[in-house]
Ligand binder design. Sequence first.
Ligand SMILES: Cc1ncc(COP(=O)(O)O)c(C=O)c1O
Length: 389
Amino acid sequence: MSQQTKQSESLMKTYNRLPITVEKGMGSYLYDTDGKQYLDFTSGIATCNLGHQPLAVKQALTEQLDSLWHCSNLYNIPKQEELASLLTKNSCFDQAFFCNSGTEANEAAIKLARKWSGKESIVTFTNSFHGRTLGSLSATAQTKLHEGFGSLLNGFHFLPFNEYESLSKIEELKPAAVMFELVQGEGGVRPANKEWIDELVTTCKTNGILLIVDEVQTGIGRSGTLFAYEQYGFEPDVTTLAKGLGSGFPIGAMLAKSSVASSFGPGTHGSTFGGNPLACAAGVETIKQVTALLPKIREIATFFEQELRELEQSTPSIIEIRGLGLLIGVEVENAAPFVEKLREQGVLILTAGPNVIRILPPLTVSYEEIQHFITVLKDVFEQQGAVHQ
Ligand SMILES: Cc1ncc(COP(=O)(O)O)c(C=O)c1O
């Protein structure tokens, strides 16, 4: 077996690994151990939003390496304060709690909602994905992911996403919180309907129910704004972040309005590594870079959509194109062969469920790279006889 296809026996088999051994990443490209170049339209699943090794973040990390790597949260940590201040200044939130991943950020949000309300019940929606630790897994309304893990956390109610019948049920249940993604990423790149969100927000505000928006995948510019909620015209009480926040350096965060955040006092929640100075240095530079890039991201996302819509005209096997900003889904009958065929041509993409091709280019992607991607995608559709000439 070549190094490209060999899977380490020392690793648990929690992932079905593709036959590529990645050695290096630079800009929009990954390189394998044979030196083959791949146009990376996965961005580490919406994580390397500024491409691989973005220079400014690399410099910030290098500087931080020379001063402080880790320090207990028992002390004031300037980089942490700087990141919290950047995030709150650029959002509707007042305070930040730092952790290391998306699932941890959601754990924090679940605990905060319970502490704030004194209630256990939280509504989440079908096909959601909130993480793999037991609390976030309990919130994830995909029962196939629950199998084999025994009893989960009490209090979660799963209601249909984008369905009006869910709103009367929420009024009836009066949960502590409603927790949702504005575009369900893992669940098939499904954007929430604007009108439905308007009604959901009204229902929650009227009944004193917390709005927790999981922006782990949609956040940090991926949607075309720093946070996707900005495009839906409301202010959540709590949001959760990870993935793109550190440009590939592990970090998670929960942001909250002070009226809710004040329920957490000393000893109520914590994390040894949460707010680590290196992670926060990566976060500070990432936010500075992404906020400066936002108009360009919207421009390039519009161009990408136009190119895909044009391809759709001649490709009847495209069932639907959907998404927000540079979180893009193309629904087809069977998505898996596309991952393989594009990989053969040096382009990496993802799926989201069995029939959605998920495209997550770096936010720094160029027009030429998008055009190349479209040419390769069209070629793969043509190989299947799916394009009208
Ligand atoms: C919306 C959403 N929430 C939470 C998570 C979990 O994040 P992590 O893998 O960093 O724990 C993910 C990961 O895909 C996600 O997409």
